[in-house]
Design a protein around this ligand. Structure first.
Ligand code: URA
Length: 428
Protein backbone atom coordinates (compact mmCIF):
# COMPACT_ATOMS: atom_id res chain seq x y z
CA UNK A 1 0.00 0.00 0.00
CA UNK A 2 1.36 3.48 -0.88
CA UNK A 3 1.81 6.07 1.87
CA UNK A 4 0.55 8.78 -0.51
CA UNK A 5 -1.86 11.07 1.30
CA UNK A 6 -1.33 9.66 4.78
CA UNK A 7 1.14 10.31 7.54
CA UNK A 8 1.25 9.10 11.12
CA UNK A 9 1.31 12.50 12.89
CA UNK A 10 -1.94 13.54 11.17
CA UNK A 11 -3.67 10.26 12.07
CA UNK A 12 -2.47 10.56 15.67
CA UNK A 13 -3.55 14.22 15.89
CA UNK A 14 -7.02 13.44 14.52
CA UNK A 15 -7.64 10.85 17.23
CA UNK A 16 -5.85 12.85 19.95
CA UNK A 17 -8.27 15.71 19.28
CA UNK A 18 -11.31 13.43 19.47
CA UNK A 19 -11.90 13.07 15.74
CA UNK A 20 -13.10 10.05 13.80
CA UNK A 21 -10.59 8.03 11.75
CA UNK A 22 -11.65 7.43 8.13
CA UNK A 23 -11.63 3.81 6.91
CA UNK A 24 -8.78 4.57 4.50
CA UNK A 25 -6.67 6.12 7.26
CA UNK A 26 -7.24 3.05 9.45
CA UNK A 27 -6.33 0.66 6.62
CA UNK A 28 -3.18 2.66 5.94
CA UNK A 29 -1.97 3.01 9.51
CA UNK A 30 -2.52 -0.68 10.42
CA UNK A 31 -0.80 -1.83 7.23
CA UNK A 32 2.07 0.66 7.54
CA UNK A 33 2.67 -0.28 11.18
CA UNK A 34 2.61 -4.01 10.39
CA UNK A 35 5.26 -3.48 7.71
CA UNK A 36 7.45 -1.16 9.76
CA UNK A 37 6.60 2.13 7.99
CA UNK A 38 4.95 3.56 11.08
CA UNK A 39 7.37 3.61 14.02
CA UNK A 40 6.72 2.00 17.41
CA UNK A 41 6.62 5.40 19.12
CA UNK A 42 4.06 6.66 16.61
CA UNK A 43 1.81 3.62 17.12
CA UNK A 44 2.30 3.95 20.89
CA UNK A 45 0.97 7.52 20.67
CA UNK A 46 -1.95 6.47 18.48
CA UNK A 47 -2.86 3.61 20.84
CA UNK A 48 -2.87 6.03 23.76
CA UNK A 49 -5.06 8.44 21.79
CA UNK A 50 -7.48 5.57 21.02
CA UNK A 51 -7.36 4.49 24.67
CA UNK A 52 -8.32 7.99 25.80
CA UNK A 53 -10.74 8.97 23.00
CA UNK A 54 -12.19 5.59 22.01
CA UNK A 55 -13.42 4.46 18.60
CA UNK A 56 -17.03 4.10 17.48
CA UNK A 57 -18.44 0.78 16.20
CA UNK A 58 -17.67 1.70 12.57
CA UNK A 59 -14.06 2.59 13.33
CA UNK A 60 -13.71 -0.60 15.41
CA UNK A 61 -15.07 -2.68 12.51
CA UNK A 62 -12.60 -1.06 10.08
CA UNK A 63 -9.69 -1.48 12.50
CA UNK A 64 -10.61 -5.18 12.94
CA UNK A 65 -10.90 -5.70 9.17
CA UNK A 66 -7.49 -4.05 8.64
CA UNK A 67 -5.90 -6.32 11.26
CA UNK A 68 -7.57 -9.37 9.73
CA UNK A 69 -6.30 -8.36 6.28
CA UNK A 70 -2.72 -8.11 7.59
CA UNK A 71 -2.21 -11.89 7.28
CA UNK A 72 -3.59 -15.27 6.20
CA UNK A 73 -7.11 -16.45 6.88
CA UNK A 74 -7.44 -20.21 7.37
CA UNK A 75 -10.35 -22.20 6.02
CA UNK A 76 -11.30 -25.60 7.44
CA UNK A 77 -14.64 -25.94 5.67
CA UNK A 78 -13.30 -29.06 3.86
CA UNK A 79 -12.05 -30.76 7.05
CA UNK A 80 -15.13 -32.95 7.39
CA UNK A 81 -15.47 -32.08 11.10
CA UNK A 82 -17.22 -29.00 12.51
CA UNK A 83 -14.76 -26.49 13.92
CA UNK A 84 -15.38 -24.16 16.85
CA UNK A 85 -13.23 -22.12 19.21
CA UNK A 86 -13.55 -19.96 22.32
CA UNK A 87 -11.63 -16.91 23.42
CA UNK A 88 -11.51 -15.20 26.79
CA UNK A 89 -11.04 -11.48 27.20
CA UNK A 90 -8.49 -12.28 29.88
CA UNK A 91 -8.68 -13.09 33.54
CA UNK A 92 -6.72 -14.13 36.60
CA UNK A 93 -6.26 -17.89 37.01
CA UNK A 94 -8.11 -18.34 33.73
CA UNK A 95 -6.70 -21.66 32.59
CA UNK A 96 -10.02 -22.77 31.06
CA UNK A 97 -8.67 -23.12 27.50
CA UNK A 98 -6.46 -26.05 28.52
CA UNK A 99 -9.16 -28.48 29.69
CA UNK A 100 -11.83 -26.98 27.42
CA UNK A 101 -10.04 -27.61 24.13
CA UNK A 102 -9.52 -31.25 25.12
CA UNK A 103 -13.13 -31.71 26.25
CA UNK A 104 -14.57 -30.28 23.04
CA UNK A 105 -12.21 -32.34 20.86
CA UNK A 106 -13.17 -35.48 22.81
CA UNK A 107 -16.83 -34.66 22.07
CA UNK A 108 -16.22 -34.59 18.32
CA UNK A 109 -15.65 -30.96 17.26
CA UNK A 110 -12.23 -29.72 16.10
CA UNK A 111 -10.71 -26.70 17.85
CA UNK A 112 -8.22 -24.44 16.06
CA UNK A 113 -7.13 -22.22 18.95
CA UNK A 114 -4.91 -19.22 18.11
CA UNK A 115 -3.78 -18.01 21.52
CA UNK A 116 -1.91 -15.11 23.04
CA UNK A 117 0.60 -14.45 25.76
CA UNK A 118 -0.02 -12.69 29.05
CA UNK A 119 -1.47 -9.22 28.81
CA UNK A 120 -1.15 -6.78 31.70
CA UNK A 121 -2.13 -8.53 34.94
CA UNK A 122 -3.85 -11.40 33.06
CA UNK A 123 -2.12 -14.64 32.10
CA UNK A 124 -1.76 -15.99 28.56
CA UNK A 125 -2.41 -19.53 27.34
CA UNK A 126 0.87 -19.72 25.41
CA UNK A 127 2.95 -18.68 28.43
CA UNK A 128 1.19 -21.39 30.45
CA UNK A 129 1.70 -24.16 27.89
CA UNK A 130 5.33 -23.20 27.34
CA UNK A 131 6.02 -24.19 30.95
CA UNK A 132 5.68 -27.80 29.69
CA UNK A 133 9.13 -29.07 28.64
CA UNK A 134 9.54 -29.01 24.85
CA UNK A 135 6.11 -27.54 24.03
CA UNK A 136 6.06 -25.38 20.91
CA UNK A 137 3.29 -22.99 19.94
CA UNK A 138 4.92 -22.16 16.61
CA UNK A 139 2.90 -24.22 14.12
CA UNK A 140 2.70 -23.64 10.38
CA UNK A 141 -0.78 -23.42 8.87
CA UNK A 142 -0.26 -26.94 7.43
CA UNK A 143 0.65 -28.33 10.87
CA UNK A 144 -2.51 -26.79 12.34
CA UNK A 145 -4.60 -28.50 9.67
CA UNK A 146 -2.84 -31.88 10.17
CA UNK A 147 -3.25 -31.67 13.91
CA UNK A 148 -6.94 -30.83 13.68
CA UNK A 149 -7.39 -33.94 11.58
CA UNK A 150 -5.23 -36.22 13.79
CA UNK A 151 -5.89 -34.90 17.31
CA UNK A 152 -8.93 -32.65 16.94
CA UNK A 153 -7.23 -29.58 18.40
CA UNK A 154 -4.22 -27.28 18.07
CA UNK A 155 -3.16 -24.39 20.33
CA UNK A 156 -0.77 -22.09 18.52
CA UNK A 157 0.72 -18.61 18.30
CA UNK A 158 -1.22 -16.65 15.70
CA UNK A 159 2.01 -16.15 13.68
CA UNK A 160 0.93 -15.72 10.08
CA UNK A 161 -2.64 -14.93 11.18
CA UNK A 162 -3.38 -11.28 11.95
CA UNK A 163 0.32 -10.32 12.36
CA UNK A 164 -0.88 -6.78 13.07
CA UNK A 165 -2.36 -8.14 16.30
CA UNK A 166 0.90 -9.80 17.32
CA UNK A 167 2.67 -6.42 17.11
CA UNK A 168 -0.14 -4.35 18.59
CA UNK A 169 -0.75 -6.85 21.41
CA UNK A 170 2.89 -6.74 22.51
CA UNK A 171 2.96 -2.94 22.25
CA UNK A 172 -0.28 -2.49 24.24
CA UNK A 173 1.08 -4.75 26.97
CA UNK A 174 3.95 -2.33 27.70
CA UNK A 175 2.27 1.02 26.98
CA UNK A 176 -0.64 0.81 29.45
CA UNK A 177 -3.15 0.67 26.59
CA UNK A 178 -4.59 -2.78 27.18
CA UNK A 179 -7.89 -1.77 28.79
CA UNK A 180 -9.55 -0.26 25.72
CA UNK A 181 -12.83 -1.66 24.38
CA UNK A 182 -12.10 -1.14 20.64
CA UNK A 183 -8.53 -2.43 21.00
CA UNK A 184 -9.67 -5.56 22.87
CA UNK A 185 -12.52 -6.25 20.44
CA UNK A 186 -10.31 -5.84 17.35
CA UNK A 187 -7.46 -7.87 18.85
CA UNK A 188 -9.68 -10.80 19.80
CA UNK A 189 -11.78 -10.83 16.66
CA UNK A 190 -8.99 -10.30 14.10
CA UNK A 191 -7.13 -13.43 15.18
CA UNK A 192 -10.26 -15.44 15.85
CA UNK A 193 -11.71 -14.65 12.42
CA UNK A 194 -8.33 -15.42 10.82
CA UNK A 195 -7.98 -18.84 12.46
CA UNK A 196 -10.89 -20.22 10.43
CA UNK A 197 -13.12 -21.70 13.15
CA UNK A 198 -16.67 -22.22 11.90
CA UNK A 199 -18.17 -20.79 15.10
CA UNK A 200 -16.93 -18.90 18.10
CA UNK A 201 -17.77 -18.58 21.80
CA UNK A 202 -16.44 -15.60 23.73
CA UNK A 203 -15.88 -15.61 27.47
CA UNK A 204 -16.18 -11.94 28.38
CA UNK A 205 -14.89 -11.41 31.89
CA UNK A 206 -16.70 -9.03 34.24
CA UNK A 207 -15.37 -7.79 37.58
CA UNK A 208 -12.33 -6.40 39.33
CA UNK A 209 -9.87 -8.71 37.52
CA UNK A 210 -11.32 -8.14 34.04
CA UNK A 211 -9.63 -5.87 31.53
CA UNK A 212 -12.70 -3.60 31.55
CA UNK A 213 -13.98 -3.22 35.10
CA UNK A 214 -17.40 -1.65 34.42
CA UNK A 215 -20.08 -4.30 33.79
CA UNK A 216 -21.71 -1.96 31.27
CA UNK A 217 -18.51 -1.70 29.20
CA UNK A 218 -18.06 -5.49 29.35
CA UNK A 219 -21.57 -5.97 28.00
CA UNK A 220 -20.85 -3.47 25.23
CA UNK A 221 -17.62 -5.32 24.44
CA UNK A 222 -19.55 -8.59 24.16
CA UNK A 223 -22.13 -7.06 21.80
CA UNK A 224 -19.41 -5.46 19.68
CA UNK A 225 -17.57 -8.76 19.24
CA UNK A 226 -20.71 -10.82 18.60
CA UNK A 227 -21.65 -8.33 15.87
CA UNK A 228 -18.15 -8.45 14.36
CA UNK A 229 -18.37 -12.25 14.22
CA UNK A 230 -21.75 -12.14 12.50
CA UNK A 231 -20.58 -9.46 10.05
CA UNK A 232 -17.75 -11.78 8.97
CA UNK A 233 -20.02 -14.83 8.66
CA UNK A 234 -18.89 -16.60 11.86
CA UNK A 235 -21.75 -17.41 14.26
CA UNK A 236 -20.59 -15.99 17.60
CA UNK A 237 -22.02 -16.22 21.12
CA UNK A 238 -20.68 -14.55 24.26
CA UNK A 239 -21.00 -15.49 27.90
CA UNK A 240 -20.43 -12.79 30.51
CA UNK A 241 -18.66 -14.51 33.41
CA UNK A 242 -17.54 -13.43 36.86
CA UNK A 243 -13.94 -12.27 37.28
CA UNK A 244 -14.09 -10.59 40.67
CA UNK A 245 -12.04 -13.40 42.16
CA UNK A 246 -9.36 -15.62 40.59
CA UNK A 247 -10.57 -18.79 38.89
CA UNK A 248 -9.47 -21.91 40.72
CA UNK A 249 -6.75 -22.08 43.36
CA UNK A 250 -3.66 -21.27 41.28
CA UNK A 251 -2.40 -18.22 39.37
CA UNK A 252 0.83 -18.47 37.34
CA UNK A 253 1.98 -20.43 34.34
CA UNK A 254 3.11 -23.90 35.47
CA UNK A 255 0.83 -23.83 38.52
CA UNK A 256 -2.15 -23.39 36.20
CA UNK A 257 -1.06 -26.23 33.93
CA UNK A 258 -0.90 -28.50 36.99
CA UNK A 259 -4.42 -27.45 38.01
CA UNK A 260 -5.71 -28.06 34.48
CA UNK A 261 -4.32 -31.61 34.64
CA UNK A 262 -6.28 -32.10 37.89
CA UNK A 263 -9.46 -31.03 36.08
CA UNK A 264 -8.70 -33.37 33.18
CA UNK A 265 -8.19 -36.18 35.69
CA UNK A 266 -11.74 -35.67 36.95
CA UNK A 267 -10.94 -33.43 39.96
CA UNK A 268 -9.92 -29.78 40.26
CA UNK A 269 -11.68 -26.72 41.65
CA UNK A 270 -15.48 -26.65 41.12
CA UNK A 271 -15.52 -23.22 39.43
CA UNK A 272 -12.92 -24.28 36.83
CA UNK A 273 -14.85 -27.48 36.11
CA UNK A 274 -18.20 -25.66 35.92
CA UNK A 275 -16.96 -22.97 33.54
CA UNK A 276 -15.17 -25.52 31.36
CA UNK A 277 -18.33 -27.59 30.97
CA UNK A 278 -20.60 -24.56 30.39
CA UNK A 279 -18.34 -23.20 27.65
CA UNK A 280 -17.99 -26.69 26.14
CA UNK A 281 -21.79 -27.03 25.92
CA UNK A 282 -22.07 -23.59 24.29
CA UNK A 283 -19.35 -24.45 21.75
CA UNK A 284 -20.80 -27.85 20.89
CA UNK A 285 -24.30 -26.40 20.47
CA UNK A 286 -22.99 -23.73 18.13
CA UNK A 287 -21.01 -26.34 16.19
CA UNK A 288 -24.09 -28.59 15.93
CA UNK A 289 -22.39 -31.51 17.74
CA UNK A 290 -24.37 -33.32 20.45
CA UNK A 291 -22.97 -36.84 20.50
CA UNK A 292 -21.62 -36.77 24.08
CA UNK A 293 -22.08 -35.12 27.45
CA UNK A 294 -18.90 -33.03 27.97
CA UNK A 295 -18.82 -34.00 31.67
CA UNK A 296 -18.32 -37.66 30.72
CA UNK A 297 -15.05 -36.84 28.98
CA UNK A 298 -13.56 -35.65 32.29
CA UNK A 299 -14.72 -38.80 34.13
CA UNK A 300 -13.72 -41.39 31.54
CA UNK A 301 -10.28 -40.00 30.64
CA UNK A 302 -11.05 -39.21 27.00
CA UNK A 303 -10.42 -35.47 27.49
CA UNK A 304 -7.12 -36.23 29.27
CA UNK A 305 -6.16 -38.48 26.37
CA UNK A 306 -6.83 -35.64 23.88
CA UNK A 307 -4.82 -33.21 25.96
CA UNK A 308 -1.85 -35.59 26.16
CA UNK A 309 -1.99 -36.17 22.40
CA UNK A 310 -2.16 -32.42 21.74
CA UNK A 311 0.83 -31.72 23.98
CA UNK A 312 2.85 -34.57 22.45
CA UNK A 313 1.98 -33.46 18.90
CA UNK A 314 3.43 -30.03 19.76
CA UNK A 315 6.65 -31.47 21.21
CA UNK A 316 5.69 -31.26 24.89
CA UNK A 317 6.74 -33.87 27.45
CA UNK A 318 4.35 -34.17 30.38
CA UNK A 319 6.61 -36.73 32.09
CA UNK A 320 9.05 -33.91 32.93
CA UNK A 321 8.02 -32.29 36.25
CA UNK A 322 6.50 -28.84 35.84
CA UNK A 323 8.78 -26.04 37.09
CA UNK A 324 8.09 -24.31 40.39
CA UNK A 325 9.72 -21.11 41.66
CA UNK A 326 12.90 -21.79 43.65
CA UNK A 327 11.81 -19.47 46.49
CA UNK A 328 8.49 -19.30 48.31
CA UNK A 329 6.79 -17.15 50.96
CA UNK A 330 3.59 -18.13 52.70
CA UNK A 331 1.00 -15.62 53.91
CA UNK A 332 -0.79 -16.86 57.03
CA UNK A 333 -4.05 -15.78 58.65
CA UNK A 334 -3.75 -13.14 61.36
CA UNK A 335 -7.03 -14.38 62.89
CA UNK A 336 -9.50 -17.19 62.57
CA UNK A 337 -12.87 -16.95 60.81
CA UNK A 338 -14.07 -17.36 57.24
CA UNK A 339 -12.19 -16.47 54.07
CA UNK A 340 -13.92 -13.53 52.41
CA UNK A 341 -13.70 -12.38 48.80
CA UNK A 342 -10.27 -12.53 47.15
CA UNK A 343 -9.69 -9.69 44.74
CA UNK A 344 -8.68 -10.99 41.29
CA UNK A 345 -6.79 -7.80 40.41
CA UNK A 346 -4.67 -7.92 43.59
CA UNK A 347 -3.75 -11.57 42.96
CA UNK A 348 -3.12 -10.96 39.23
CA UNK A 349 -0.80 -8.04 39.96
CA UNK A 350 0.99 -10.00 42.69
CA UNK A 351 1.61 -12.91 40.27
CA UNK A 352 2.82 -10.44 37.63
CA UNK A 353 5.22 -8.90 40.17
CA UNK A 354 6.55 -12.37 40.99
CA UNK A 355 7.58 -12.77 37.34
CA UNK A 356 4.58 -14.59 35.82
CA UNK A 357 4.05 -11.68 33.37
CA UNK A 358 6.26 -9.22 31.54
CA UNK A 359 6.92 -5.48 31.83
CA UNK A 360 9.11 -5.03 28.72
CA UNK A 361 8.43 -6.19 25.15
CA UNK A 362 9.64 -9.71 24.44
CA UNK A 363 10.78 -10.32 28.03
CA UNK A 364 10.72 -13.95 29.19
CA UNK A 365 8.30 -14.98 31.91
CA UNK A 366 9.10 -17.24 34.85
CA UNK A 367 7.31 -20.54 34.30
CA UNK A 368 7.39 -21.34 38.01
CA UNK A 369 6.29 -17.95 39.37
CA UNK A 370 2.80 -17.59 40.80
CA UNK A 371 0.46 -18.02 43.72
CA UNK A 372 -1.28 -20.98 45.28
CA UNK A 373 -4.47 -20.05 47.11
CA UNK A 374 -4.97 -22.32 50.14
CA UNK A 375 -8.32 -21.00 51.37
CA UNK A 376 -11.04 -20.04 48.89
CA UNK A 377 -13.91 -17.64 49.67
CA UNK A 378 -16.31 -19.10 52.22
CA UNK A 379 -13.83 -21.68 53.60
CA UNK A 380 -13.08 -21.77 57.36
CA UNK A 381 -9.72 -20.35 58.44
CA UNK A 382 -7.89 -20.84 61.74
CA UNK A 383 -5.42 -18.27 63.08
CA UNK A 384 -1.95 -18.91 61.65
CA UNK A 385 -3.22 -21.15 58.81
CA UNK A 386 -1.60 -20.70 55.39
CA UNK A 387 -3.73 -18.56 53.03
CA UNK A 388 -1.44 -18.02 50.01
CA UNK A 389 1.97 -19.34 48.95
CA UNK A 390 3.94 -17.13 46.57
CA UNK A 391 6.61 -18.62 44.27
CA UNK A 392 9.39 -16.95 42.29
CA UNK A 393 12.97 -17.55 41.15
CA UNK A 394 13.87 -13.97 42.14
CA UNK A 395 13.15 -13.45 45.86
CA UNK A 396 13.70 -9.68 45.64
CA UNK A 397 10.24 -9.62 44.02
CA UNK A 398 8.43 -10.79 47.17
CA UNK A 399 8.14 -7.31 48.69
CA UNK A 400 6.25 -5.79 45.75
CA UNK A 401 4.11 -8.90 45.29
CA UNK A 402 3.12 -9.01 48.96
CA UNK A 403 2.24 -5.31 48.80
CA UNK A 404 -0.14 -6.00 45.85
CA UNK A 405 -1.77 -8.88 47.72
CA UNK A 406 -2.17 -6.93 50.95
CA UNK A 407 -5.73 -5.60 51.15
CA UNK A 408 -6.84 -7.97 48.37
CA UNK A 409 -8.42 -10.47 50.77
CA UNK A 410 -10.09 -10.53 54.17
CA UNK A 411 -10.76 -13.07 56.88
CA UNK A 412 -14.03 -12.20 58.60
CA UNK A 413 -16.85 -13.64 60.65
CA UNK A 414 -19.34 -14.31 57.88
CA UNK A 415 -19.02 -15.91 54.45
CA UNK A 416 -19.02 -13.54 51.45
CA UNK A 417 -22.18 -13.21 49.37
CA UNK A 418 -22.22 -15.80 46.59
CA UNK A 419 -22.09 -14.56 42.99
CA UNK A 420 -23.21 -16.38 39.85
CA UNK A 421 -20.32 -17.61 37.69
CA UNK A 422 -22.31 -17.09 34.49
CA UNK A 423 -23.81 -13.59 34.44
CA UNK A 424 -25.42 -13.47 31.00
CA UNK A 425 -25.42 -14.92 27.51
CA UNK A 426 -25.33 -12.70 24.43
CA UNK A 427 -26.22 -14.22 21.09
CA UNK A 428 -27.05 -11.30 18.84
N1 URA B 1 -7.36 -11.24 24.36
C1 URA B 1 -6.85 -10.78 23.19
O1 URA B 1 -6.56 -11.55 22.29
N2 URA B 1 -6.70 -9.47 23.04
C2 URA B 1 -7.01 -8.59 23.98
O2 URA B 1 -6.85 -7.41 23.79
C3 URA B 1 -7.52 -9.07 25.20
C4 URA B 1 -7.71 -10.41 25.37
Amino acid sequence: MTDLGFDAPTVIRTKRDGGRLADAAIEWVVDAYTHGRVAEEQMSALLMAIFLRGMDRGETASWTAAMLASGDRLDFSDLGTPTVDKHSTGGVGDKITLPLVAVVAACGAAVPQASGRGLGHTGGTLDKLESIAGFSAMLSNERVRDQLRDVGAAIFAAGELAPADAKLYALRDVTATVESLPLIASSVMSKKLAEGAGALVLDVKVGSGALLSSPQRCRELAHTMVELGAAHGVPTHALLTDMNGPLGATVGNALEVAESLEVLAGGGPPDVVALTLRLASEMLELAGVDARDPADTLCDGTAMDRFRRLIAAQGGDLSVPLPIGAHSETVTAARGGTMGDIDAMAVGLAAWRLGAGRSRPGEGVQAGAGIRIHRRPGEPVSAGAPLFTLFTDTPERFGAALAELDGGYRVGDTPPASRPLIIDRIVT
